[in-house]
Structure formats: C-alpha cells, structure tokens
Design a protein around this ligand. Structure first.
Ligand code: PLP
Length: 636
C-alpha cells in the first residue's frame, strides 16, 4: 500500500500505478518524479517522456500525439525470437522457429519496416489477411527465407497476387480458410502453372478465452473441420499436389490469458499434423497463430486484461506440446510459426494527452443555514453536525435518504432550486468527510462506490474513438499514468473525459492493485500543463480508430535512443496528424467547395448589409485558416 500523505516516495508511485507490473521494465519513475522510458530495459538509457513532449513541441507537435519507441519495438522482436531459440535449444527440438508479424495489428509502414529489420537475423516474416495488406507486404518483404502467410478469405486476385509472390522466390503460403478456397487455388495455380504453397487452417475444438474466444471452437467463422480436412487431402492427391501442403494453422483468439489453453490447442493441432504425416503429407510448419497475451493490468493472472505466463513460458509450452505429440507418434518435428501481434507492438507506443480542466462535485462549499430553509436542509445539516469516526456508515445512509427525498420532492414541484442546491451541497460535503474518515474501510463496496462518485472528471484533449477504441468497444483496460509530479502524492481522484460530444467518450476503468477502479489518482491541476500517458496502445489502437466527431488521426514522433545526444535520444521522424481539411475530404466535403459555398453566403450578407465587406472577408480568411489546422483543441 502507498504511504500516507506526507511520506510519499517514488516507490509509492510504482505501487499506485503498478508501473513495474505492466511496464515490463520499459518504463520507470526517475528521481525527480518524471515518468521515463527505458527502451532497452536495464541495458540502456532512460528518457523522461516530458523531454520528448518538449522536443516534439519544438518540431510543432503538441498533445495529443503518439510516441513510438522504435528501440522497444526492436527489443520485443528480438526477445520473442531469442525465447523460442533458447527453448528449442534447451529441448533439443529438431525444427526451427519462423515467426511472422500479423500486419493488421499495426500496419503503419514504419512499424512494419522496423519489425522486418529487427527480425532479419531470425528470418522473421509477415502475415496478411487482405489484399491491401498483401500488396504492401509483397513490396516490403524481401527475405526469401522468411514466410509470408496469407490468411483470411481470398478471391481470385488475392490468390493470383500470392502466387506471383511465389514466382518471385518468396515463401508465400496461402492458408485455406474454407474448402472452396482450395478448389480455387488449385484451379488458378494450374491455369498459371505455378506450384502453390498451401496451408490449412484447422477449426480446433479447443477455444481460447476471454473477449476473443469466438475465433476458435466449433462456431469459429474460419477453418476446416476434420471431414473437410480429409476432403482437402483427397483434392490435393487428385492434383498430385501432396507436397504443396506445407502448413497447418490455428488461431483460437487474441489475448489468451491462460497458458493451459495454449498448451491444449497446440496439442490438438499437433495431433492433426502427425495424422497427416502418417498419410504421407510432408507438412513442414505448424503455425500456432496469435494469442500471446499482454499484461495490461499487471495482475499476472488469467483475467481478461492479463496473462498468467511469460513469453518464455509461452515458447516453452508451444515447443514442448509439439515435441511430445510428435515423439509419441514418431514423426519429425516441424518448424514452428507463431503470429504474435499484440505482444510485439503493444509496449512501443504511448498516447500523450493533456488534461486542461476539471469538473468537480461541489463538495467543498459550506452553506450557512437560514431559518427559512426547507426542513430537509435543516435535517441534512443536522446529520453533518453529528458525523463522527464511529458513525460514518449510519450518517451516510441517513444522508442518502434525505438526498433521495429531496429529489422526489423536487420532481413533484415541492422543493425549490435553492433548497435542492443546499441539500446537494451538504450531501457531497458529508460524502467527502465520510470517505476521508473511513479511508481504511475503502474495501467496503459502498464506500468505494462513493469515493468513485466523488471523483472529479479531468477533461483531456483527445478522442477515445480515434485513439483508444478498444476501451470503448470491448472494455479493454490500458494503464494510464501522470507523466510528472510522481514524487508528490496524487491529491485527487478523477475519471478522464475526452472532447467528443458523446457521454461514452470517457475512461472510467483503471488499473489498480487487486481491483478495477473507476477513478485514477491524479494531482490537482495548476498553472503548469498536466500530461498523462496512456500505455500499451501499440497494438490495434493505432490503426482501428475512427473519425467520430471528425477528430482525426494523431501526429506521431518516432524516437530512437542516441547516446551522442545530450538528451539521450533524437526524433527520427514526425508524422503529421490529419488537419481539418484532410478529415473533411475523407468524408467527401471538398474544402474548396466548402469555401465557395461560404463565400456565396458572405457575399449575400454583405449585399444585404448584415456585415461590412472587410468583416465578411475576415470571416472567410479565418474559416480557411482554421481548416488547415489540427482537429483537436489548441491549448495554450
Ligand atoms: N493471426 C490471426 C489469424 C489473427 O486473427 C490474429 C488476431 O486476432 C493474430 C494473428 C494476432 O493475434 P495477437 O495480436 O493476439 O497476437
């Protein structure tokens, strides 16, 4: 537990925000209370995120924006490859590891290129699930020893493109998602006289767990069941293409939090592999799909936002399971493919938002009692007077009763605004006192709920729909931490609200020790800017957001460590966010036409004397000027 008020230490910040738990050593708090990144963990320098915010401002980028730590990306790619290598060596496993990165998890060019580069020594490849992804992958994938795996439903052109990749000497594997697709692949490859490299996705009985468990099991929308697999083998034999079947694949869902599910699924696919070997199919790869989880809440448990295993344990579970089944059935060990996405990219990107104002319950006000006040006002003031350490809960119950009665009287027209306001002000001041007197009892759900209700709302300049879509869509937790003042005890609790016009544009679920909380410990806002970092947003969030309210994609700064620089890093690239005119064009408003339409109205207003000519032109210039600016609030 964090220390009491005046004894706040840096360690308390770690304990409050669980930085060590979800940060995996990539993030620390420095001695001056600043949140800093350590992209190479204990072996490298640390950079306060505030320094990056300052450097970005010099390049014209202000919050909200995304920081990408390319060194973290490289570190993650190397880590997973080294884990598999080490486990394979330790177990004397006969096959190799050939990982691929699933582009859909983050298809930004810079991200994919960095992963390819960092993974080149390991022949790390790519996985695609659509034609646009394949078009991009064919160009950036150059290593003929690494794999290019094509999942997802395919049409003739998709298949043709993939076969063209094979013609160029790439190891492109077309993974069959349904039987009809195999017929198509066979006919197209025959027509063009190209030998296809085929994988088959198996619809395993084993299901994943949590939010994405529907990706596996009998009801999954992808893959072949056992009867269809047998049919596929017959088709391949008929075309004398037994050698084309190179890979067996499964994917039972993302974020598999329980390692036992991984072991079960890998065992099941290994059995299919062995049976195919016995049928004289020389399948070369087992592809265990994605699913390697990220510990978003730091609880190291099998709950939805966490995982009860490490990357090393994952590698060892996969290798062990395949080895055991293959040895039992006396078949050769296949090469192992995994399609881990979130585990590779989640940590490398941080969303920076600035909180610029707060909305609080009016619980600090004192209301002088007057004789003419309504009886309910006198009652609740009396309740407040009698509040003692030992009467907290009774007092709260009585205050709740009076507040409820005031509400119903008001609705019946029996209480005026003045008296309602006074009852509410007394209520919140009682609530605050009850919470502070019963700090040790915060585990009582009633008081915890009250404490959450008392929290402020911190207004933050960003859009949850653009930058944190999974929080809104699937209740995913993301760690959030103030980037400064971590050497001061946070003296407030707040939920975070964005600037969209939607009431669900807010964050009210936070990572806390042993629980979820609807508020985050924060500091009272003062004259200095107050920045918050939303962490582990590198997977899916960067690329899935929408332009709800026309808030566009954010600018990015790409950071590399550099010990020759005084600040220890440099900004390699700034990627501009979208400006208002660009977002408008995306939804078919042509900026020039908008300007023309407005000018016509201004001309009319000048003509009928509503505005002077100069005023009219000023309106037009301002309109055009603002159209070129970012979509978010321009804070001072
Ligand atoms: N492979 C396939 C076929 C997928 O559908 C997915 C995502 O759901 C992945 C890989 C990546 O999964 P993850 O990000 O959990 O590693």
């Amino acid at each position: 537990m964090p220390s009491p008020n005046n004894h706040w230490k840096i360690q308390d910040a770690y304990d409050t925000y669980l930085i060590d738990r979800w940060g995996e050593g990539y993030f620390i708090v420095d001695d001056s209370g600043l949140l800093a990144a350590k992209p190479q963990k204990e072996n490298g320098a640390s950079i306060p995120l505030l320094d990056i915010i300052t450097a970005a401002a010099q390049r014209g980028v202000k919050a909200p924006f995304v920081i990408r730590f390319h060194d973290i990306l490289r570190h993650s790619v190397i880590s997973i490859n080294e884990c598999f290598r080490a486990v394979i060596k330790e177990h004397h496993y006969q096959g190799q590891y050939r990982g691929v990165f699933p582009m859909k998890v983050n298809h930004m060019r810079e991200v994919v290129e960095e992963i390819m580069d960092a993974g080149s020594d390991y022949h790390f490849g790519l996985e695609v699930g659509s034609k646009p992804e394949l078009i991009a992958a064919l160009a950036v994938h150059e290593d003929t020893r690494s794999l290019l795996i094509c999942n997802g439903y395919k049409d003739e052109e998709f298949i043709r493109l993939a076969l063209n990749g094979s013609q160029l000497g790439k190891r492109v594997i077309l993974v069959v998602e349904k039987l009809e697709e195999l017929r198509q692949i066979l006919s197209i490859s025959e027509h063009h006289s190209i030998q296809p490299c085929i994988g088959i996705r198996i619809r395993l009985n084993t299901k994943g767990e949590g939010k994405w468990s529907q990706s596996g099991g009998d009801d999954s929308k992808f893959g072949l069941n056992t009867a269809e697999l047998l049919e596929a083998t017959k088709l391949l034999r008929k075309h004398s293409l037994e050698d084309s079947l190179q890979l067996l694949h499964f994917h039972v869902g993302s974020q598999i939090s329980n390692i036992s599910k991984v072991g079960k699924a890998v065992r099941e696919i290994s059995r299919y592999y062995c049976k195919l070997c016995h049928l004289d199919f020389n399948v070369r790869y087992i592809d265990v799909g994605g699913g390697l989880a990220v510990d978003y809440d730091g609880s190291r448990s099998a709950t939805e936002s966490s995982m009860n295993y490490t990357v090393r344990e994952y590698a060892s579970t996969v290798v062990n399971a395949i080895q055991e089944v293959c040895d039992e059935e006396s078949v050769p060990h296949p090469d192992i493919v995994s399609e881990s996405g979130r585990a590779i990219v989640a940590h490398h990107s941080v969303l920076i938002v600035e909180s610029f104002d707060s909305v609080s319950k009016n619980c600090h006000g004192t209301v002088p009692l007057q004789k003419a006040d309504h009886k309910l006002v006198h009652d609740i003031a009396g309740v407040a007077r009698n509040l003692t350490d030992s009467s907290c809960r009774e007092t709260l119950h009585e205050a709740n009763r009076i507040k409820a009665e005031a509400e119903s009287r008001f609705n019946l027209g029996l209480l005026n605004l003045d008296d309602k306001a006074k009852v509410e002000t007394w209520y919140w001041s009682i609530a605050e006192k009850v919470c502070s007197l019963s700090e040790d009892e915060a585990d009582l759900s009633e008081l915890a709920e009250l404490s959450n209700q008392l929290g402020d709302q911190y207004l933050c300049n960003f859009s949850i729909f653009q930058s944190l879509i999974d929080h809104w869509a699937v209740d995913q937790l993301f760690p959030i931490v103030p980037l400064q003042r971590l050497n001061e005890k946070p003296d407030n609790n707040a939920s975070l609200v964005d600037i969209t016009c939607d009431s669900d544009g807010k964050i009210n679920r936070f990572v806390r020790e042993g629980t979820r909380s609807s508020t985050l410990p924060v500091h009272q806002l003062n004259d200095s800017p107050y920045f918050l970092g939303v962490f582990l947003v590198g997977a899916y969030q960067d690329v899935m957001g929408d332009i709800h309210n026309l808030f566009g994609p954010l600018p990015e700064t790409h950071i590399f460590l550099d010990e020759n620089e005084a600040c220890g890093f440099y900004i390699e690239e700034v990627v501009a966010g979208q400006t208002i005119d660009e977002v408008l064009s995306d939804v078919q408003y042509e900026p020039q036409q908008l300007t023309r339409l407005l000018k016509k109205q201004i001309d009319g207003a000048i003509k009928n004397g509503r505005v002077k000519a100069n005023q009219g032109m000023e309106i037009l210039f301002k309109y055009q000027e603002i159209m070129k600016q970012p979509t978010y609030l321009k804070l001072k």
